[in-house]
Write a protein that binds this ligand. Structure first.
Ligand code: ATR
Length: 273
């Protein structure tokens, strides 16, 4: 029978997931549709139950429902348990299983762009919210142990660092010691407003070979990435592509054509930095 996949969230009209998944499904001649469902908060309970009642084969979840979906699922994979957030759900013989491919998607995109990456790479993570937690859980699980977290609110960084057995540092100290880091990852929402020149941290003192990553992909180049000048760098498009590829693999058992996914994103106006 033809399979049906979906993305649910609010809003989802801007989402490029339907396009990148549908193209990848078509390319592998998998008989399936991938459709967006924009669900208001008032309808979330009915919608989650409805997706299950319809027997939908799998779905992605985007903001603001990554945590709210959890009580509706029958099982959580380790990735979702660690992040306490779900971005991918698969229907199985025993029920609906939640996964989180965001963190592993980030690491896959880092491997693609940061050629000098090793388990010894010294990371500075800026921000200590949900996005930071998601990538940090995956990084720790994959064996990256040299990680310092800095944040506007130091106590939040300290709590996350304690939870994940990382270091924490206030912004001023991190800034003064920027040369100690091989990779800096920007996880805050600072930079989403393309008209703002605000930076979560100044990049003076950055070593020329330090890799700079920003999880934001729209705008294509945040003020933070601009400030990184000619350093090796990436925006969040690779993370978006690889989280989708990992979800696709969970559903279909097949690895999609990554170049095709990038091309589809490019056609929609989203580009790597
Ligand atoms: P998300 O799930 O997208 O990570 P979040 O959990 O609300 O969102 O976390 C937002 C992160 O961005 C936090 O680290 C936050 O810093 P605080 O803990 O100090 O609030 C950071 N952040 C948001 N706006 C910021 C700003 N204007 N300057 C610096 N950091 C900011």
């Amino acid at each position: 029978m033809k399979k049906t996949y979906a993305v649910i969230g609010y809003p989802v009209s801007h989402s490029i997931s339907p396009a990148i998944h549908q193209q990848a499904l078509n390319a592998l001649e998998i008989d399936a549709s991938y459709v967006p469902f924009e669900i208001t908060c008032a309808n979330q309970a009915a919608a989650f139950s409805g997706l299950k009642a319809l027997g939908i084969d799998g779905f992605n979840i985007t903001a603001p429902y990554k945590e709210a979906i959890i009580p509706y699922l029958d099982e959580l994979a380790d990735s979702a348990k660690l992040a306490q957030a779900v971005n991918t759900v698969k229907k199985t013989d025993t029920g609906y299983v939640g996964y989180n491919t965001d963190g592993d998607g980030f690491i896959a995109s880092l491997k693609e762009d940061f050629k000098a990456l090793t388990l010894e790479t010294r990371f500075l993570i800026i921000g200590a919210g949900g996005a930071a937690k998601g990538i940090l859980e995956a990084m720790k699980a994959q064996g990256y142990n040299n990680i310092t977290i800095t944040n506007r609110t130091l106590a939040t960084a300290e709590n996350l660092a304690e939870l994940l057995n990382c270091q924490s540092m206030d912004l001023e100290t991190a800034q003064a010691n920027l040369a100690d880091f091989d990779c800096i990852v920007q996880t805050t929402s600072v930079g989403m407003d393309a008209s703002s020149e605000a930076l979560p941290i100044e990049l003076t003192g950055l070593r020329a070979d330090t890799f700079v990553s920003d999880l934001i992909y729209n705008p294509q180049e945040t003020a933070f990435l601009k400030a990184a000048g000619s350093n090796p760098k990436q925006n969040g498009l690779g993370m978006l592509i690889y989280q989708a590829a990992l979800a696709f693999e969970i559903w279909t058992g097949k690895w999609p054509d990554i170049d095709l996914m990038y091309n589809t994103a490019n056609e929609k106006g989203f580009k790597k930095c």
